[in-house]
Design a binder for this molecule. Structure first.
Ligand code: GLN
Length: 539
């Protein structure tokens, strides 16, 4: 078991997925942290992939990368943005990971001839991971992915049941997130799905302590009473979670419903002090009352799926708030963008961001977007593949190397301006083998990047296999495309920027992964400033 004084909160879900367990967990975590508790949040996902790194964004949205190089669920991004703390490999566990560990132990002979079974071996392994982070925190919030009743999540739910029992009274609690739908035809809120979802949890041996009820309408007292009575919880433990205007409202809505107070009282923790949430309130005030506005084109291939670029969208929100600027995103499909329609698709925007990505689909559109930004002097921000596309564009249209490309797309080009990293050459397995996580980068003095960060040494997170090909650096620099951020250990180019352009920056790393509500990312903050300046100047 974990450290004695650590308290555990398990968050499960019923009725349907996508009720927002991640946001509720992050909001609760933020409120508890604002009262001085050290909090971490972890997510247990029931699928068999060892991590989401090999999943297509259509399946699972963005893959969030931690400092220590874990490829994780996008909910970890919410945890970091809301709490301002870094998560790690240990904060996201899948069924695949659990079985992988158990099978490794079995092969080593660790189980001493025993039959290896779901109970106790799989559930023990899950419980061990529940407690793993207890050393440095007062409270661990554990979100269980999926819905109670799914075949896949049974071992996790069983492990929650056992943990609740093992830990004893006031040491842990279960919050069940459920749905109270409003039926238009009957003009009524319906509690039956929630009753069934709680029965399902009860049949697994778990009595939820608190019910958080998602609903599009306010829950009147009679509905709350009905839920309380049918589900064996106190009236004040039926918490309303109404659809919010923005996810950043949710902590305050939960505060209003006293979710944090109920949690603290059940865990026998002091709730004497008010949570310190002034900075959060300021953020919300500015978010809702912008005085300026910009329109940024986000050029990517998953435009019908904003979750694929979750952290970028959130980083824009944070950067917009400090600039008191509403950031409107125009989603531009890189597959549709050509030199014939760039005026139509990019003609009236104030900044262009070319998104990260993999593979050939939509690559020419991304290259076209970089060309348009360079030629029209529009603020440009390229992230990972976005930087690589800007480099290819510059090679083709400024340096005149018409066949220039990335090894990833065309390994036969005579100008492989983006090439595979040395360490990546012989890799056969795709899972967890990219250049992942945090690396140091040294910034050149008098660069735009340095102006943004205001410091020489930075660390940023990565997820890629290809890099700028050093062999061509001289030609680039002689023609105004400068490498302004370099990894001091390997010499890898991490940032490039174009001289003689108002703001044209590409990064090999993913700055969006480190933007937080209270500390927005300097590159995004400056990009929005420059986009606004560009807008004013063209008027
Ligand atoms: N596909 C590119 C690479 O592997 C870029 C990756 C990315 O954008 N995250 O280097």
């Amino acid at each position: 078991m974990g450290k004695k004084s650590t308290k555990y909160i398990f968050v499960t879900g019923g009725v349907t997925s996508s009720l927002g367990k991640g946001i509720i967990s992050a909001s609760l975590g933020m409120l508890l942290q604002a009262r001085g508790y050290r909090v971490t949040i972890q997510k247990f996902d029931p699928y068999i992939n060892v991590d989401p790194g090999t999943l297509n964004p259509y399946e699972h949205g963005e893959c969030y990368v931690t400092d220590d190089g874990a490829e994780t669920d996008l909910d970890l991004g919410h945890y970091e943005r809301f709490l301002g703390v870094s998560t790690s490999q240990a904060n996201n566990i899948t069924t695949g990971r659990i079985y992988y560990e158990v099978i490794k132990k079995e092969r080593r002979g660790d189980y001493l001839g025993k039959t290896v079974q779901v109970i106790p071996h799989i559930t023990d392994e899950i419980k061990q991971h529940f407690y793993l982070l207890s050393k440095d925190v007062d409270i661990i919030i554990t979100e269980i992915g999926g819905c109670v009743g799914d075949i896949e999540s049974w071992p996790f739910i069983e492990a929650v049941r056992q943990s609740k029992w093992d830990l004893g009274l006031h040491e842990s609690l279960v919050i069940h997130l459920t749905l109270i739908p409003y039926l238009n035809a009957a003009s009524e809120l319906k509690t039956k799905p929630t009753q069934h979802a709680v029965k399902q949890l009860l049949s697994a041996g778990i009595q939820p302590d608190i019910l958080v009820c998602r609903s599009e309408k306010n829950l009147p007292v009679d509905i709350r009473q009905k839920v309380a009575q049918f589900c064996n919880v106190n009236l004040q433990d039926v918490i309303e979670a109404r659809d919010a205007e923005t996810i950043y409202d949710v902590p305050l809505l939960m505060r209003k419903e006293k979710l944090d107070e109920r949690v603290l009282s059940k865990l026998n923790l002091s709730n004497n002090s008010e949570p310190k949430i002034t900075a959060w309130k300021d953020f919300l005030g500015k978010l809702k009352n912008p005085i300026k506005e910009v329109c940024i084109a986000l050029v990517g291939k998953y435009i019908s799926l904003p979750d694929a670029y979750k952290s970028i969208v959130e980083a824009f929100t944070h950067a917009g708030v400090v600039n008191e600027t509403k950031v409107n995103i125009k989603w531009v499909s890189s597959e549709n963008l050509t030199n014939k329609n760039s005026v139509e698709l990019l003609g009236n925007i104030d900044g262009i961001l070319v998104a990260p990505g993999f593979g050939e689909r939509g690559i020419e559109g991304k290259i076209e977007a970089a060309k348009w930004a360079r030629e029209q002097q529009i603020p440009f921000f390229g992230i990972c593949l976005g930087l690589q596309c800007a480099i290819i564009e510059f090679s083709r249209n400024v340096l005149g190397w018409k066949d220039a490309h990335s090894d990833e797309i065309n390994s036969k080009s005579k100008h492989p301006v983006i090439s595979i990293m040395k360490e990546q050459k012989n890799i056969k397995n795709l899972g967890g083998t990219m250049r992942l996580g945090s690396y140091t980068c040294e910034l050149k003095a008098r660069s735009k990047a340095y102006e943004c960060y205001g410091t020489k040494t930075i660390t940023e997170r990565h997820r890629h296999r290809f890099e700028f090909n050093h062999q061509f650096l001289k030609e680039f620099e002689n023609n105004g495309m400068k490498a302004t951020g370099i990894n001091p250990d390997t010499g890898l180019v991490e940032i490039m920027e174009l001289k003689g352009h108002p703001w044209f920056i590409g990064t090999q790393f993913h700055p969006e992964l480190k933007s937080r509500v209270i500390t927005p990312h300097p590159l995004f903050v400056t990009f929005i400033q420059k986009a606004h300046a560009y807008k004013v100047q063209k008027q």
